[in-house]
Design a protein around this ligand. Structure first.
Ligand code: DLL
Length: 448
């Protein structure tokens, strides 16, 4: 296999330049028009929305400006569960070409569905996102997102085809084979969760395959929170540009927002199809652009499953600054975590991604970790489980010194006291999709 440059700084390439670089004024006019239509569609076709609008005393025609959206009720994940499986759809079931569902670790899964038009839109948005991340027509795209009810696999698959890429539909798992295929096929684009990318890198190192020498030059990583420290680590191990992509099944799947490879600084939210708000999760009031809060999304063109003010629980802020890539769609900054992932340790709020930022790159420590939560009386305790780097000292003494060092850093950087256990290499479970970062035993006994 020929050696390629680490990565090429390609020129900006937009899948849909007229839309992606649209002047804001035109974009907002388009949003208003589409929002009016969506509110009517939801009200007329979905009993749930009709009931909710009526209860709030609002009608679709009350929307005169984009700001009027704040008068309309929110939609929650539970609304989908309560209407399980098909009660939230605005079209007859026969008009759905596909359904996806969340894994539903708590309670019933949430089911989402797509008309032919929705699938077309999703492919376009994923093609747009992949191009934004650095993919080009003709690229080999290695897709290690899980195929199945999860939206990752098929979302990337149809989007890459729409862009004109050659897709390797490998799905998650069988990591040695992933390494062999990356080596043999020479993919330029790697698509998977950041935690799985790390797993692939580690297995490649063990197999003696130097991923840095392969043609892969862009990693399109998302579906879970990750930190800038993790980005740097992945960029070094894989010699790629690591680009963040965001989405959620209730809205469409991946392709709601994506970073550009030019700035790698916040994800362009595709505002011609989605309206983004950030609210204060306590007062539920919309916050000004730039403030940190919960992301709320309204779909503007979805047929089967219009979503009005969907509370994502994802914490972020939106920035309205020009981007060097020329796209005018505002950027959603890296999601720090979900408000339901937030852990309160002795009154201090902690997101797993903050702990990650301390651990990744810590001397002598591998970038694999889990947080174990327990409850002592009324107080929550957090234990951090990490691992020594392979090849380093693994005796009890070395590990306990390292644990003290890490605990000290977490205390000084995040402000929480926690116990740290440093395990031997390979002891922390590896991810093949979304990583399990938190093991929560606060309401159940911890298995021995
Ligand atoms: O995770 C869709 C997806 C697939 C996105 C592949 C990107 C790549 P769900 O399984 O419904 O859909 O999970 C959605 O995952 O509300 C966030 O909490 C989290 N999430 C998704 N992308 C990111 C990201 C897919 N880039 C939930 N950063 C969302 C942080 C993310 N969290």
């Amino acid at each position: 296999m020929s050696l390629q440059p680490v990565y090429q700084e390609d020129e900006v390439f937009m899948f849909d330049p007229a839309i992606e670089a649209m002047p804001r004024r035109d974009l907002e006019a388009l949003q208003l028009d589409r929002l009016r239509h969506t509110l009517r569609h939801a009200y007329e076709k979905v009993a749930h929305f009709r009931r909710k609008f009526d209860a709030e005393g609002v009608k679709p025609d009350d929307l005169k400006t984009l700001a009027d959206l704040s008068r309309f009720p929110f939609t929650h994940k539970n609304d989908l569960r309560d209407n399980y499986p098909f009660g939230m759809f605005a079209v007859a079931r026969e008009n759905l070409l596909r359904v996806h569902a969340s894994s539903g670790t708590t309670g019933k899964p949430t089911v989402v569905g797509y008309t032919r038009g929705d699938l077309d839109l999703w492919s376009d948005l994923m093609a747009r996102s992949l191009a934004c991340a650095g993919a080009r027509p003709g690229d080999i795209t290695h897709n290690a997102y899980g195929y199945g009810l999860f939206t990752g696999g098929l979302g990337f698959h149809t989007g890459a085809e729409r862009l004109g890429c050659t897709v390797v539909p490998v799905s998650g798992g069988a990591t040695e084979r992933q390494v062999a295929l990356l080596n043999d096929f020479g993919a330029r684009i790697l698509c998977c969760t950041p935690s799985y990318a790390l797993n692939i890198a580690e297995v490649a190192e063990r197999m003696g395959t130097d991923l840095r020498k392969l043609p892969v030059c862009y990693g399109v990583f998302g579906a879970e929170p990750w930190s800038d420290a993790m980005r740097r680590d992945l960029e070094t191990r894989l010699a790629v540009k690591a680009v963040d992509i965001y989405g959620l099944s209730e809205i469409i799947g991946p392709g709601v927002a994506c970073e550009c490879h030019v700035e790698q600084n916040g994800l362009h939210g595709w505002e011609d199809h989605f309206l983004f708000e950030v609210i204060d999760p306590n007062t539920l009031e919309p916050l000004p652009v730039g403030d940190v809060g919960e992301l709320v999304i309204t779909t503007l063109t979805k047929e089967a499953l219009p979503m009005i003010r969907y509370r994502t629980r994802d914490i972020t802020r939106i920035v309205d600054e020009p981007c060097a890539c020329g796209r005018t769609h505002r950027r959603i900054m890296r999601i720090t975590g979900r408000d339901d992932d937030m852990i309160i340790i002795r009154g201090i709020n902690v997101y797993p991604s903050q702990v990650e930022a301390v651990l990744v790159g810590f001397p002598g420590i591998a970038p694999h970790y889990q947080l174990v939560l327990t409850r002592q009386g009324a107080l929550d305790e957090m234990m951090v489980e990490v691992e020594m780097l392979a090849g380093g000292p693994t005796n009890d003494d070395a590990r306990s010194r390292k644990a003290d060092e890490i605990s000290h850093h977490i205390k000084s950087l995040i402000g929480v006291s926690c116990d740290v256990t440093v395990k031997t290499p390979g002891e922390v479970p590896r991810s093949e999709g979304k990583a399990v970062r938190v093991k929560d035993f606060r309401n159940k006994p911890r298995p021995v």
